[in-house]
Design a protein around this ligand. Structure first.
Ligand SMILES: C[S@@+](CC[C@H](N)C(=O)[O-])C[C@H]1O[C@@H](n2cnc3c(N)ncnc32)[C@H](O)[C@@H]1O
Length: 274
């Protein structure tokens, strides 16, 4: 039953698609949802009432929890959500919502975006009257379902000791991805899913992204010999994800030259049938 979802880019609403995926079948979820910061997505209004947004997100985390195997992990990338100088505690709300689902909180990684961008949004310049914090980081919050330990074949662990050392540190530093280069309004860099997939899953396991966008999680999974399931409600982004996976875009980031090492997982789009 899970086979029909494997290595597919699925066009549909993530709640509908997650409903159809068998429970207890996915090993790892890596995702970055819409941040509710009025980003112009093709098929989503990114400007919900904050309470509606959190309610919707909680429903998604509930479905994510259901499809995970025991010991499976949920990794959510979310920013320090700031809009017009109002900060929204989205990061802590997501933690609260997953803890209420009885998911096991494993911790938070701070992604230091190495931002060199100039900014002028200091608030009250050089005065304590109302200075603003300008975020240069995002969060990756991590949960397990039911058990901290994930079962997998020892020979399917591909972590190198230096990677393990690096990934266990709570601050990860690497740059962002270019929207223009990728052709999507909010792609994350390949390095982000690459690290999470290597750190939190074994080769041949199933990695899912319910908000797949340009398909970065699928590219990383495919290059790392995992299976992927990608969902997005935009046909344009599904086509982009399919193309990027089939081109194996970003291969250089992995410094790998031997193509035969990669899992054979060419992408095709599947439209969710009701
Ligand atoms: C932050 S972007 C993800 C970007 C992705 N990590 C990448 O590297 O390209 C969020 C994505 O969620 C998608 N989306 C919004 N609402 C959705 C829904 N209800 N179901 C599925 N996808 C949705 C948007 O189309 C957008 O591509």
């Amino acid at each position: 039953m899970i086979e029909k979802f494997i290595n597919k880019v699925i066009l549909g609403d993530c709640l509908d698609v997650l409903e159809k995926i068998p429970n207890d079948s996915v090993h790892l979820i890596v995702t970055s949802p819409p941040y509710n910061l009025n980003i112009q997505y093709e098929n989503h209004s990114d400007e919900l009432e904050y309470s509606d947004y959190l309610k919707w997100m909680s429903e998604v985390w509930k479905k994510c929890n259901e499809v995970l195997v025991r010991g499976g992990r949920l990794c959510i990338n979310i920013g320090e959500n700031k809009r017009q100088n109002i900060s929204y505690p989205t990061y802590s709300a997501f933690i609260q919502s997953c803890v209420e689902l009885n998911m096991l909180y494993r911790g938070t990684i701070i992604w230091n975006k190495n931002s060199a961008a100039k900014h002028t949004a200091w608030g009250s310049w050089n005065s304590p009257s109302n200075p603003h914090i300008v975020p240069r980081h995002e969060y990756i919050i991590i949960f397990s379902k039911g058990d901290y330990k994930l079962l997998g074949k020892k020979e399917n662990c591909d972590l190198k000791p230096e990677e393990f050392m690096e990934y266990t540190r709570s601050v990860w530093s690497f740059g962002t991805e270019s929207k223009t280069k990728i052709g999507h309004p909010a792609p994350f860099p390949l390095e982000l899913p690459k690290r999470l997939i290597k750190f939190y899953s074994y080769k041949e396991q199933i990695v899912l992204d319910p908000f797949a966008g340009s398909g970065t999680v699928g590219i990383a999974a495919s290059l790392l010999e995992r299976n992927y399931i990608l969902i997005d409600n935009s046909e344009e982004y599904c086509k982009l994800a399919e193309k990027r996976i089939n081109d194996k875009n970003g291969m250089n980031l992995f410094n790998v030259s031997n193509k035969k090492d990669f899992i054979d997982s060419s992408a095709e789009i599947q439209i969710l049938n009701n």
